[in-house]
Design a protein around this ligand. Structure first.
Ligand code: SAH
Ligand code: SF4
Length: 361
């Protein structure tokens, strides 16, 4: 796509209205265009018949409508589908659909790779190349929608490749469209942003959005978390949890979800469980235990199901709602943490540099 031309996908309603006003048009044109794009999956300006021919012409000089291209699709035995989408320069990102009883969850990527360097994560091992544009995030939803035939996506989670809060602007734009009635009309509780714990960006998110927040905790003491989630060296647990409770209050959310990957012999003892319970008991918190999913070259092993159960019991006894996440789609490497895509020109971003602010104004 010509870089000087804007992609119409991914532009939230307010920005679209301003664009039409700049063109000397009425703001309601934004509604019309969004209905075509997201309501009717019409991606050709020429087919938007309630816009005048002259307006369609003017629009085509200013904008393009570009959907991501599918490079490959894989279907798992359990109904999970993974798409590999081209991301330019020979790179690829991945998007996963997870059908469940009564709902369908789409897991979208927010970056080509990830710079956060968590050692148990296949994406982290790939390194980081670039942020995705809002159009490329919304594009994943549109592609999945088209492939699935009917509207089977009831939930969207930013749990694919990348750290969504390191790409805050595009993630907020895409979330706005997901929850907009003129977009996908999802309830804000059905759009979840998962973060490794970028504290300033969680504060900013509370100002810009009110979608559900999930936090990848993975350890209940700073020593261990520094190793498993290196961003903890900059924003330790106490600071992170404070901002989580602020987020819950500011957005009137019932709870924050804490993700905890179960790594055999690393973070899965009953002592660890008690530490975790102490941090989260009597707080607006729920816990998702994620059995570790392996990938080529991984240095960790999955905790046994008995260990996971024992760990869970400690949390349940402390009154915390704790769910063990089912492993889905692992026969096609589509489970949590297995998304690798294809990432080139890896940019190593040492902790302490300010890259996270680039997308966060
Ligand atoms: N970058 C964001 C969101 C993407 S990862 C984040 O880290 O929160 C979605 C979830 O999968 C996170 O909780 C992540 O820690 C977890 N995860 C990463 N690698 C995993 C693995 N190999 N097995 C199980 N879960 C993993
Ligand atoms: Fe990035 Fe999340 Fe993987 Fe950590 S777990 S490397 S933050 S994608």
């Amino acid at each position: 796509m010509d870089n000087s031309t804007v992609n119409l996908l991914g532009i939230p309603q307010g920005d679209l209205e301003r664009m039409f006003v700049d063109m000397g048009e009425k703001p309601f044109r934004a509604r019309q265009v969004m209905q075509w794009l997201y309501g009717r999956s019409v991606f050709e300006l020429d087919h938007m018949t309630n816009l005048s021919v002259a307006l369609r012409q003017e629009l085509s000089d200013r904008v393009q409508i570009v959907l991501p291209e599918i490079q490959a699709r894989e279907d798992a035995a359990d109904g999970v589908i993974k798409w590999r989408l081209r991301a330019g320069g020979g790179q690829a990102i991945e998007t996963v659909f997870i059908p469940e009883e009564g709902r369908g969850t789409l897991c979208v990527s927010s970056q080509v790779g990830c710079a956060m360097d968590c050692p148990f994560c296949a994406t982290g091992r790939q390194g980081f190349n670039r942020n995705l544009a809002a159009a490329e995030i919304i594009g994943q939803v549109l592609i999945a929608n088209r492939e699935l035939g009917t509207r089977r996506i009831s939930n969207v989670v930013f749990m694919g490749m990348g750290e969504p809060l390191a790409n805050l602007r595009a993630v907020v734009q895409a979330s706005d469209i997901l929850v907009d009635d003129l977009g996908f009309g999802l309830s804000r509780r059905r759009v979840t942003v998962s973060t490794s714990g970028l504290v300033p960006q969680i504060k900013r998110l509370a100002e810009l959005s009110n979608v559900a927040l999930a936090v990848s905790l993975h350890a209940a003491n700073d020593e261990l978390r520094n190793e498993l989630v290196p961003i903890n060296r900059r924003h330790p647990i106490a600071e992170l949890l404070d901002v989580c409770w602020e987020y819950a209050e500011a957005t009137r959310s019932k709870e924050i979800t804490f993700e905890y990957v179960m790594l055999a012999g690393v973070n899965d003892s009953e002592t660890h469980a008690r530490q975790l319970a102490k941090l989260l008991a009597r707080r607006p918190a729920k816990i998702n235990l994620i059995p570790f999913n392996t990938f080529p070259g991984a240095d960790y092993q999955r905790s046994s199901s008995e260990t996971v159960d024992r760990f869970r019991q400690v949390l349940v006894r402390a009154g915390i709602i704790t769910i063990t996440r089912k492993t889905r789609g692992d026969d096609i490497s589509a489970a949590c943490g297995q998304l690798a895509g294809l990432v080139n020109n890896r940019v190593r971003v040492p902790l302490g540099t300010k890259m996270h602010h680039s997308g966060a104004q």
